[in-house]
Design a protein around this ligand. Structure first.
Ligand SMILES: *Cc1c(COP(=O)(O)O)cnc(C)c1O
Length: 388
């Protein structure tokens, strides 16, 4: 074992099962390890490096800001933060943005907004947040409570109370929950990422949106993984013709720097007032400058490309020997293989392709601008591993 790996094992908290590979540099969707071995990257740092590694335009935006001012605190105005908020509102039609530094923080903010809105409108007993079974919303105690997967909960009781988990697709159960609990809001992914790249049924999503509107319940869509062009629309909810009250996002937004955003629609735009929420780093100028660059490049042409590459992947893997099913949208693809997904990922790595798992599936989240030749080459390598 290299010294770096033993150093990391000795001193870094053991929360991650790392692969025995040290990535030292890259260019776009190609990365290199210490031995100079080349990999095609279909994971993009779990959907974060939206335009790949060391992308020139993103780098230029970040470096330009880095040479001006790196941090001021939220006591003062900075341009990248305000411009980024404007851009996100222009893309969504929503009204205001709160910035944090991660997906979990974006969801924390959303939950606070839903609770405050309901408390003021209906009374403080209206504090229940509904989330879906098999969802993933983050690792803080409150977003863990939101996460509808028991195995994440076990060792960390008591979690934040007030969460009820609903079976995805069961609109009648949602109606029953609305009748039986004092509900403030519902938080859900349109495609469950960590839960196994499960596309949530469109009629259910539209039905939930209609019930939220009817009952004045805050509709929060978690676009941490599905957002910022990933599924072939700017945000995944845009496939369904709904208007959420709150959209949370992170991952691809920063292109590789930590940033999270909680975007507030008309109904809740003024719920947060002075002192209600805050984050020392939130809206950091460097992260925001990088994010402005990312957002400015997610145009219709890019989204079409993402959709086409996604169609290619789905066509390529559907009905292949060793493949049980293919799910996802755009460049968020889950492949259910006969072999254990972990084994497939390991064997792909040995052959020069980085991919992810999600539950029992192999998960692909390549950079949005991955060149078609690289995508094709990587797909062929995965095919050879799956069929072996
Ligand atoms: C990754 C993820 C989160 C948590 O984001 P962090 O930045 O790790 O806090 C929340 N929701 C979804 C859907 C995610 O995929």
């Amino acid at each position: 074992m290299g010294t770096l790996q033993s150093l990391d094992k000795q001193y870094v908290a053991g929360t991650y099962a790392r692969f025995p590979v040290e990535i030292v540099r890259g260019e776009g969707s190609i990365v290199y390890d210490t031995e100079g071995k080349e990999y095609i990257d279909l994971g993009s740092g779990i959907g974060v490096t939206a335009f790949g590694i060391a992308d020139k335009a993103w780098q230029a935006a970040v470096i330009a800001q880095l040479s001006l001012v790196q941090h001021t605190s939220n006591l003062y105005y900075t341009e990248p933060c305000a411009k980024l908020a404007e851009a996100l509102c222009a893309k969504t039609g929503l009204k205001k943005v709160f910035f944090g530094n991660s997906g979990a923080e974006a969801n924390e903010c959303a939950i606070k907004v839903a609770r405050k809105y309901a408390a003021e409108k209906k009374g403080p007993e209206y504090n229940v947040i509904v989330t879906l079974k098999n969802s993933f919303h983050g690792r803080t105690l409150t977003t863990l409570a939101a996460t509808g997967q028991e195995h994440y909960h076990e060792l960390f009781q008591p979690l934040t109370p007030g969460f009820v988990h609903l079976e995805a697709g069961d609109l009648q159960e949602f109606e029953e929950i609305l009748a039986n609990y004092k509900v403030a809001g519902i938080l859900m992914e349109c495609i469950q990422g960590e839960g196994g790249v499960n596309v949530v049924d469109g009629d259910f999503i539209r039905g939930v949106a209609a019930l939220c509107e009817k009952n004045d319940v805050v509709l929060m869509i978690d676009e941490v993984q599905t957002g910022n062009g990933r599924t072939g629309k700017f945000y995944a909810y845009m496939h369904y013709g709904i208007t959420p009250d709150v959209v949370t996002t992170a991952k691809g937004l920063g292109g590789g720097l930590p940033i999270g955003a909680c975007i507030l629609g008309e109904k809740v735009q003024n719920v947060l007032g002075f002192g209600d929420h805050g984050s020392t780093y939130g809206g950091n100028p460097i992260a925001s400058a990088g994010a402005c660059n990312v957002i400015s490049r997610i145009d219709d042409a890019l989204l079409r490309e993402v959709a086409e590459k996604g169609e290619f992947l789905k066509r390529f893997f559907t009905d292949l020997p060793g493949v049980k099913s293919v799910s996802g949208m755009g460049l968020m693809v889950g492949i259910e293989t006969e072999k254990p997904a972990g084994e497939v990922v390991k064997a792909c790595m040995a052959k020069g392709v980085l991919c992810l798992t999600a539950k029992s599936k192999v998960r692909l989240l390549p950079a949005l601008n991955i060149p078609m030749e690289q995508l094709q080459k990587a797909a062929e390598i995965i095919r050879s591993v799956i069929a072996e």
